[in-house]
Design a protein around this ligand. Structure first.
Ligand code: ASP
Length: 584
């Protein structure tokens, strides 16, 4: 071994011991006759000391020539520090070096490799392997590792079997574009990378595996955001002979296990909310329930008073931020501007201040007297000191706008505390979702999701009203996972494809294998998948999943470190029978 201890290990108990450390030079402080070196490895930082008089001259000179990020080995004795540093676990000791070997010098790094760095995002992405040396970044991957181990521990104890499924497959519809891979030996034919292992895990149920899980890479070619990467990781699961309730309780169990073991947090029972209520009260299928501020519908009290904008609206709806009546005119104007930005798209914002003296002051006083505004306040359950913010328009649009405003108010009022965790099951999702662009229904979850028995009759008459046996796990307003009880008979699966606009031939070509499998004794089954990167980000208190991925892609789906994607050689293209014809 090149070392006897790690750089995070030595304490006062080790004083007087002879030790050998190896690591990277984080910092050198040269005070002439006295040199300190911070030596870093994965486990921490230990201070090395070289002192004139007790250290021989050649050694002192060698130490003086160390540069940042040199890889060195140092042997010496552990001594107690005169001035201790209580910010690091090794802060009470230092190592008085007797022998120093440079194992490998280093070029000057492009940014400072410490928790506080001067490197911008792009630079750190290009030199990600250096960024990963920083403690704050490394800790995120360590958290991810813990989450992975604890997931496997829980799943194994619950009798789940981890099975790997192939990466070169055929399209699995999860609502995104596929990444495709050309086949050299089958010219003109392509594999698709899995958007999820959905069909394979269902086939494993037909095989009798009964409880499957996999921590698995999935690939979706869609527009990127802070919480999206073209390749990401799921905790993917499937179970046989179960109902929705069994899946919810098993994965509530996993969620609680992870919070307990990794964060030391005891979660309360996970609340449930129907999709319909989530939309009505939060305007969102992934409500942040760390705070209340529910939507209140006001049509009854706000329409018919001569205010045209309200009268012509399908929905007049508002929120009541508690204690916000003290918002100044300037703050309220800023809020109005905020909802009018194109990203939100509201035409305006009506507000009512419920003043401490009990009077009500609104932007629509011309149409609503104190009594009329009093009726609003009653609907809101408002008290003096509260603010009421009201939007109007068509139901779908106005709910979306108000949902954004609610989240903003929650943020502004400090109600979205990152150390508070409020998971929620959203259940009874619609089976279909209407798509204005293509002018037809799409599967809201995916085409293998079963409709609720009691809604099957509606399939022919009112498909938009059919509810699915589908559920999402939401934590603090972030969708962490989703799944469903599946269709397990050929007839229903065929009917589903028909409603999704597939011809028999198309359905057969794409999913014939699954429908055939359903004819060989498919058990009732269902499952779920958690977005693992997002779950890690929530645990780490971060909005971006990128930090929790060792080698992430940037916003254009590019890995700037290895410079990918990139062109390939002409003969490689020829071998694949591919001609590139760029339009622009
Ligand atoms: N395959 C689904 C997804 O990736 C999850 C599931 O239905 O189990 O969202």
């Amino acid at each position: 071994m090149l070392r006897s201890h790690s750089c995070g290990e030595l304490r006062l108990e080790n004083v007087n011991q002879e030790v050998k450390l190896a690591g990277w030079v984080q910092r050198v402080r040269n005070k002439g006759g006295l040199i300190w070196v911070d030596l870093r490895d994965r486990y921490g930082v230990t201070q090395l000391i070289f002192e004139e008089g007790s250290t021989d001259k050649a050694l002192l000179e060698k130490a003086a020539q160390l540069g940042r990020e040199f890889v060195v080995q140092a042997s010496g004795v552990v001594i107690e520090r005169t001035s201790k540093n209580d910010k690091i676990p090794t802060g009470s000791i230092e190592v008085k070096v007797a022998e120093l070997t440079v194992l490998n010098p280093a070029k000057v790094p492009p940014f400072i490799i410490e928790d506080e760095t001067d490197g911008g995002d792009d630079l750190r992405m290009k030199y990600r392997y250096l960024d990963l040396r920083r403690g704050v970044v490394r800790e995120k991957l360590q958290l991810r590792h813990r989450m992975m181990q604890e997931t496997r521990k829980y799943m194994d104890a619950e009798d789940f079997i981890e099975v790997e499924t192939p990466v070169l497959i055929k399209s699995t519809p999860e609502g995104a574009r596929d990444f495709v891979v050309p086949s050299r030996v089958n010219p003109g034919e392509f594999y698709a990378l899995p958007q999820s292992p959905q069909t394979f895990k269902q086939l494993l149920m037909v095989s009798g595996f009964d409880r499957y899980f996999q921590i698995v890479k999935c690939f979706r070619d869609e527009d990127l955001r802070a919480d999206r990467q073209p390749e990401f990781t799921q905790i993917d699961c499937e179970m046989s002979f179960v109902e929705q309730e069994d899946i919810l309780s098993t994965f509530e169990g996993l969620t609680k296990h992870l919070f307990r073991e990794v964060k030391g947090v005891e979660l309360e029972e996970v609340k449930r909310m129907t999709f319909a209520d989530a939309m009505k009260y939060y305007g969102n299928d992934k409500p942040d329930v760390r705070f209340d501020m529910k939507f209140v519908e006001l049509n009854e009290v706000a329409q018919g008073k001569g205010f045209g904008i309200f009268d012509s609206a399908e929905l007049v709806v508002g929120i009541c931020p508690k204690g916000a009546a003290e918002y100044t005119r300037k703050q309220l104007d800023a809020l109005t501007e905020w909802v009018k930005r194109p990203q939100i798209g509201a035409k305006g914002l009506v507000y009512v201040k419920y003043n401490a003296d009990g009077s009500l002051k609104s932007t629509v006083d011309k149409f609503f007297d104190q009594e009329a505004l009093g009726a609003w306040a009653e609907k809101f359950g408002a008290e003096p000191g509260d603010l009421m913010l009201v939007l109007s328009g068509d139901t779908k649009t106005v709910r979306k706008q108000l949902s954004e405003l609610r989240l903003k108010m929650g943020e502004d009022l400090g109600l979205r505390d990152r150390s508070v965790f409020k998971p929620l099951w959203v259940v009874d999702f619609p089976l279909f979702e209407w798509d204005d662009e293509t002018n037809r229904f799409h599967a809201m979850h995916h085409p293998f999701t079963s409709p609720k028995k009691e809604d099957i009759a509606l399939l022919e008459t009112d498909p938009g009203a059919v509810r699915a046996n589908a559920y999402d796990l939401v934590i603090n307003g972030v969708e962490i996972g989703g799944g469903s009880i599946r269709i397990h008979d050929k007839a229903t699966q065929k009917l589903m494809f028909k409603h999704l606009g597939f011809t028999d031939e198309e359905a057969q070509k794409q999913f014939g294998f699954l429908m055939e499998a359903f004819e060989y004794g498919a058990p009732p089954h269902g499952g779920i998948a958690f977005g693992f990167d997002r779950l890690c980000a929530i645990f780490g208190g971060s909005d971006s999943i990128r930090d929790y991925i060792a080698f992430p892609k940037n916003n254009s789906g590019r890995d700037v470190m290895i410079d990918s994607p990139s062109t390939i050689a002409d003969d490689q293209l020829e071998e694949l029978s591919i001609k590139v014809d760029l339009k622009s």
